[in-house]
Design a protein around this ligand. Structure first.
Ligand code: ADP
Length: 271
């Protein structure tokens, strides 16, 4: 059956009674079916994402054994491409592992007191090579001098800000500006008590409004070709969303086409 433009699946059981009537019970199986569908879509996506670099690798191995055997220049070029494809598979497998780990832990709230500045400095150091290579004009701005401490999981928060900053660099302008702003808020929608918010802002092409609600879905990409070209796996924002949920925080995405994007993560100060 269909309710308000979505399919609803019921399982009906007819139980005859001795008086000639029957009891009919309906069991709503919609969510079970949806979960099954999501699982098979996910497996299909993972297989496709893994098969693409694998097919490329097999093709190059065959070429290196055959036509390019004695061509040193072609061999070097193909080996470079093979290295990139292997790197792509590696990133995909580590993102899949991170995603499944954080999904499993989502109900456990992290409690270690962490200093946001230390996390952001670690992220900046980890990405300093790319920041330099892309000639990014990068700055971090804190709204005051007090320490910005939140209860959290250090490795996971490093991953959140690395993914967001990497995206700002990947999809931002070459030699463009990427800013990180850290603010304190007495209250913030969806968060209990005071919060600390980190905004990562770029000056890239931005994202059309109709894509914004779907960006945190696994493997959702606005431009698949661009994402693959810049080494994306399509899982970065899905990981961000799960880690932020685990911290009882909020992720807000704002973007204007042609002007850039702002990704804001707000985290509660109290557990
Ligand atoms: P990917 O590995 O493809 O970058 P993500 O989950 O991190 O995957 O992001 C999903 C998609 O959202 C990207 O493919 C890209 O289309 C879009 N996106 C993410 N961050 C930005 C940004 N700062 N500017 C423009 N588009 C972005």
């Amino acid at each position: 059956t269909t309710e308000a433009s979505r399919d609803v699946i019921y399982e009906a059981h007819v139980i005859p009674r001795s008086d000639g009537c029957a009891v009919i019970s309906f069991i709503d199986k919609t969510h079970k079916e949806e979960a099954g569908q999501m699982r098979s879509d996910f497996v299909a996506n993972v297989s496709h994402e893994l098969r693409t670099p694998l097919t490329a690798l097999s093709g190059f191995i065959e070429t290196l054994r055959g036509p390019a055997r004695d061509d040193a220049e072609a061999r070097d070029r193909f080996l470079d491409i093979m290295e990139q494809e292997a790197g792509r598979m590696n990133r995909l497998v580590s993102d899949l592992l991170s995603l499944s780990r954080v999904e499993d832990m989502e109900r456990m709230r992290p409690t270690d007191p962490l200093e946001i500045a230390e996390i952001l400095n670690t992220v900046e150091n980890g990405l300093s090579g790319v920041i330099r290579a892309q000639d990014v004009d990068f700055e971090i701005h804190y709204s005051d001098d007090l320490p910005f401490k939140v209860p959290g999981d250090r490795d996971q928060l490093i991953q959140v800000f690395t993914n967001l900053l990497e995206n700002a660099i990947k999809y931002g302008k070459i030699s463009g500006k990427v800013s990180v702003l850290v603010n304190r808020h007495k209250s913030r929608r969806g968060i209990r008590g005071p919060a600390i918010c980190v905004t990562i802002e770029d000056q890239g092409d931005g994202i059309a409004a109709h894509h914004i609600g779907r960006l945190t879905e696994r493997f959702y990409r606005v431009d698949g070709h661009r994402s693959r070209e810049v080494g994306g796996t399509g899982l970065g924002l899905a990981i961000v969303k799960h880690v932020v949920n685990r911290h009882r925080g909020r992720l807000r995405i704002e973007s204007e086409q042609g002007r850039g994007s702002r990704f804001t993560v707000c985290l509660p100060v109290k557990t």
